[in-house]
Design a protein around this ligand. Structure first.
Ligand code: NAD
Ligand code: LMR
Ligand code: MG
Length: 485
């Protein structure tokens, strides 16, 4: 079977090929024979006796790469110099760095950006704290905070292992919205300690993005920080995800012609993303939503230790259904998964209502493989970038924080989130909408600006913007007109 060209893993194999004994034809045949797909060939060097080539190959996974390497090693006259994984190469030394905005060219510059000149700036801020917004990085900088307990769908892998995701989020903040974001992975799972640490570092930042902190601790951490800080605090896995799901659902329903009030939604994974998703969908008009976690449907006949499940049971599942995912999926119009890999079976999908909508968003492995679900669904979406309809919170958090920083919002409230969802959905015009295009691409240049405008508008309407209307300018690269001493 050929590997799709958008496969997630490709390796570079550096091969030294003996000019007399080796043959490229044998190499290509061996790679093809194991199912590898050659996507690039570069000649690195050539001597009288051998040539060295880098062969870039799409592979299924690490095992596949290893099998291919072993097969090539058996070819006479061919030596495998190394095999490198391009994804790992992109992570060498981390993915972000800090850069000065102005060069320090001489002693004069030094005495301004550093001692003694800097002292006058410090004194100005000490006398009027709000000047931190104009004289430091605060106005354009967001802290990305994680404790590494719910990293993608990998679970509790710890703060060191969480860093690549957080660095990736920082790259996206900067590239898509010009926001300087900094990853801070904390070596504690203690709710009070996390709250205390975030409060203590808050002076540096204009906003706090909580990321991959598991439920139910994430609810209290976010709630308390919202109450105790005067900068916006946003748990991306809850609200970013919920916003993008709502956007995608609004557009998917246009395709199936169903009304949001009439649909039955089955949602798996009643954690951070699931609970926020249920809240936003209910606010948007969904009346029949059934949540399923590891032990089955969340219902009102059960007693839960987890308060957030008790609250969830009270606001969902109108028919008080009990049982497994397979038990409750019958007749559902929409399946939304923010839970774990491969828990939705093709048989379950077949029992859904006509024109099923399936959003399988567990990362990196969805609740059902799109290839398996697609023949039986009307609209299929995942959280991944290598399939159509990527429902990922990256469509939300850059624009929402851009807006919050630009109007200096004290919080990111419900109205701002709904505005963001509608803005994302609105980017796809009616005549562009199709089963494989319900949500704009991450690279659609309209996304951040459309979200920004809608969210700023909602911030003013709800009275949480600290800047006067008209002053909410884009911070990135913006020069202060005059610096007040
Ligand atoms: N596409 C996106 O933008 C996006 C955004 C956020 C989260 N996610 C994905 O959603 C998943 C959950 O993220 P989270 O931050 O809410 O994590 P979380 O740990 O807060 O919640 C996960 C929930 O799923 C439940 N669960 C685990 N196995 C299950 C199973 N077999 N059946 C039913 N429920 C099960 C857990 O008990 C938990 O309640 C992850 O895979 C994450 O990558 C995707
Ligand atoms: O990181 C992502 O791709 C989305 C989301 O924040 C997740 O935790 O899965
Ligand atoms: Mg996340």
């Amino acid at each position: 079977m050929a590997i799709p060209s958008n496969t997630n893993m490709n390796v570079i194999m550096r091969l030294q090929i003996d000019k007399e004994l080796g043959s490229f034809g044998a190499i290509a045949a061996t790679i093809g024979g194991t199912g590898g797909d050659i996507v690039g060939i570069d000649v690195i060097s050539s001597s009288k006796t051998s040539t060295t080539r880098d062969i870039t190959v799409n592979v299924y996974d690490q095992n596949h790469a290893e099998l291919m390497k072993q097969a090539i090693e058996k070819i006479e006259g061919v030596k495998v110099v190394f095999v490198s994984d391009q994804t790992f190469l992109m992570h060498l030394g981390g993915k972000i760095e800090t850069q000065p905005k102005i060069p320090i060219k001489n002693r004069d510059d030094l005495s301004r950006v550093y001692t003694p000149g800097v002292a006058r700036v410090c004194t100005a801020i000490a006398e009027e704290q709000s000047k931190a917004y104009s004289l430091t990085i605060k106005r354009n900088t967001v802290a990305i905070i994680s404790d590494g307990t719910a990293v993608l769908g990998l679970g509790d892998i710890g703060p060191h292992a969480a860093m690549p995701v957080m660095e990736g989020k920082a790259m996206l903040f900067k590239q898509l919205a010009g926001v300087d974001a900094f990853p801070l992975c904390l070596d504690t799972k203690d709710t009070e300690e996390i709250i205390a640490i975030v409060k203590a570092i808050a002076p540096t930042f204009g906003g706090i993005n909580l990321e991959d902190i598991s439920a139910p601790r994430c609810f209290e951490i976010e709630q308390r920080l919202k109450e105790e800080l005067d900068i916006p605090v946003f748990h991306d896995d809850q609200h970013g995800t919920a916003v993008v799901i709502l956007a995608a659902l609004l557009n998917a329903l246009k395709i199936t012609g169903k009304k949001i009030e009439d649909i039955k939604v089955v949602l798996t994974g009643i954690g951070a993303a699931g609970i926020a998703c249920a809240k936003i969908l209910t606010a948007a008009g969904v009346r029949n939503l059934v949540g399923v976690d590891r032990y089955g449907a969340i219902n009102r006949s059960e007693h839960y230790e987890n308060d957030s499940w008790t609250m969830f049971a009270a606001m969902t599942n109108p028919d008080n259904l009990t049982g497994s995912l397979s038990d409750v999926i019958a007749g559902a119009d929409v399946f939304i998964g923010v839970s774990a890999p491969n828990i939705l079976k093709v048989e379950d999908v077949k029992r859904m209502a006509k024109d099923p909508i399936v959003f399988a968003m567990a990362n990196p492995v969805p609740e059902i493989a799109p290839e398996a679900a697609e023949p039986h669904v009307r609209v299929m979406a995942t959280g991944r970038s290598d399939y159509p309809n990527q429902i990922n919170n990256v469509l939300c958090f850059p624009g929402v924080f851009r807006a919050a920083l630009d109007c200096r919002a004290t919080e990111i409230n419900e109205a701002m989130k709904i505005a963001a969802a509608k803005a994302i959905a609105s980017i796809i015009e009616e005549d562009e909408l199709s089963e494989t295009y319900i949500i704009p691409s991450v690279f659609n240049s309209k996304v951040v600006e459309r979200v920004r405008e809608a969210v700023i508008q909602a911030a003013y309407e709800t009275g949480v913007a600290r800047r006067k209307r008209g002053e909410a300018k884009r911070e990135a690269g913006a020069e202060e007109a005059a610096i007040t001493m």
